[in-house]
Design a protein around this ligand. Structure first.
Ligand SMILES: O=C(O)/C=C/C(=O)CC(=O)CC(=O)O
Ligand SMILES: [Ca+2]
Ligand SMILES: [Mg+2]
Length: 365
């Protein structure tokens, strides 16, 4: 079942030529149409189910498992178009991989490397642009922008960021870390495309603005949290403030990044410092609201080894150490026509290995 068996069943939204959007789950290389199950499962988007709350999520998953077990018609993936499975409300991006933050500081700020002083006290993040979150497969047009004083033009340092996105179901504010599983419906793979030259020129002191808002790709599959095993989170020192405790669960997810079909890295999500529960608690700690369809991404997932880098900035040390691809060509940053695919696997609640699907995109001029 290539990681898409009964222990997984991620939700997606599909259509057939000329047909309306329908909710489905992925089984192997097929889709199972859920519309005959009625209720929230007959909608053309995940939002109504996500808003309904955890008891409904569990009842829906049981109904889906019974339906899939009964041998429903299977629709080959090749016969459908996959859409973003939910309407993205707000999009937020965190910066919670200690290894990513440390490596990027060495590359971009060699005069003052190291974590910012607040890094271990709060999960740093910024608000992104939901209107340009696109489904996997959408071509990524190279962004233009200011890249230096007096220079406006196409980015020359176009990059990727391999991330995991968490999708909010139930609205709330001032959420505790222990509220996480009541509010977050599931997770999806994210590529936070980043223009490093726009970023370097624009980002101080307010953070990324146009360098990351031109496109953010998401997988067409949302894996419900109920399908996933949890693991202990990374120990934190110093102990965070009360509103960030307990840390909440970690997840044993392993990402892989392919550049023009050449495997270049395997970022380990289990090494993330701040948990998704802490990110949600922090995001709402000032009274800010989250609502159904909010997407918040983990931040670039990078491990300590070069072949665990979640960005090409790290993989190629800002373009200085090019990687050799399978076709013999070398790369520092993305060229027009390049294709990037980020895939993931996870340990399921049943203890098996399941797939998170993939998120891909091709750069166009
Ligand atoms: O450290 C920096 O100057 C820049 C970091 C990033 O661009 C990463 C970012 O967008 C947040 C993340 O994905 O971790
Ligand atoms: Ca990012
Ligand atoms: Mg983005």
């Amino acid at each position: 079942m290539n990681g898409f068996g009964l222990d997984n069943l991620p939700y997606g939204v599909f259509s057939r030529p000329g047909g309306e959007r329908r909710l489905g789950v992925r089984l192997g290389t097929d889709v199972v149409d859920l519309s005959s199950l009625g209720g929230h499962l007959a909608a053309g988007s995940l939002n109504p189910l996500m808003a309904a709350g955890r008891a409904e999520w569990r009842a829906a998953r049981e109904a889906v498992i019974a339906h899939v077990t009964a041998g429903p018609p299977l629709i080959p993936l090749s016969a459908v178009t996959l859409h973003l499975p939910f309407e993205v409300a707000d999009y937020t991006d965190f910066y919670s991989s200690e290894q990513h933050a440390l490596t990027v500081s060495k590359i971009l700020r060699p005069d003052a490397p190291g974590l910012p002083p607040q890094w271990k006290h709060l999960p740093i993040g910024y608000h992104g642009r939901s209107a340009t979150v696109v489904v996997s497969g959408t071509p990524i047009r190279r962004p233009s922008g200011q890249i230096a004083e007096g220079v406006f033009g196409p980015s020359r340092r176009l990059d990727v960021e391999a991330e995991v996105g968490f999708v909010v179901g139930v609205p709330g504010r001032r959420l505790a870390t222990t509220d996480f599983a009541e509010h977050v419906f599931g997770l999806t793979l994210v590529n936070d495309w980043s223009a490093r030259d726009l970023q370097a020129w624009e980002y101080r002191p307010l953070g990324p603005f146009l360098a990351k808002s031109f496109a953010t790709s998401a997988s067409p599959w949302v894996v419900p949290l109920d399908a996933l095993a949890t693991v202990p989170a990374v120990p934190q020192d110093p102990e965070p403030l009360d509103y960030l405790r307990p840390s909440g669960p970690g997840f044993d997810l392993r990402l892989s990044v392919e550049w023009n079909d050449t495997p270049v890295s395997c970022p380990p999500f289990a090494s993330m410092y701040w948990t998704a529960a802490q990110q949600l608690a922090h995001l709402t700690s000032n009274g800010a609201a989250v609502r159904t369809g909010d997407l918040y991404a983990s931040g670039t997932v990078s491990g300590p080894e070069r072949d665990q880098a979640g960005s090409f900035l790290e993989l190629t040390w800002n373009g200085a150490e090019q990687v050799k691809l399978a076709d013999g060509t070398r790369r520092g940053f993305l060229e027009d026509g390049d294709h990037v695919r980020i895939a993931g696997t996870a340990r399921s609640a049943a203890g098996t290995e399941i797939s998170l699907g993939s998120v891909s995109g091709t750069v166009i001029p």
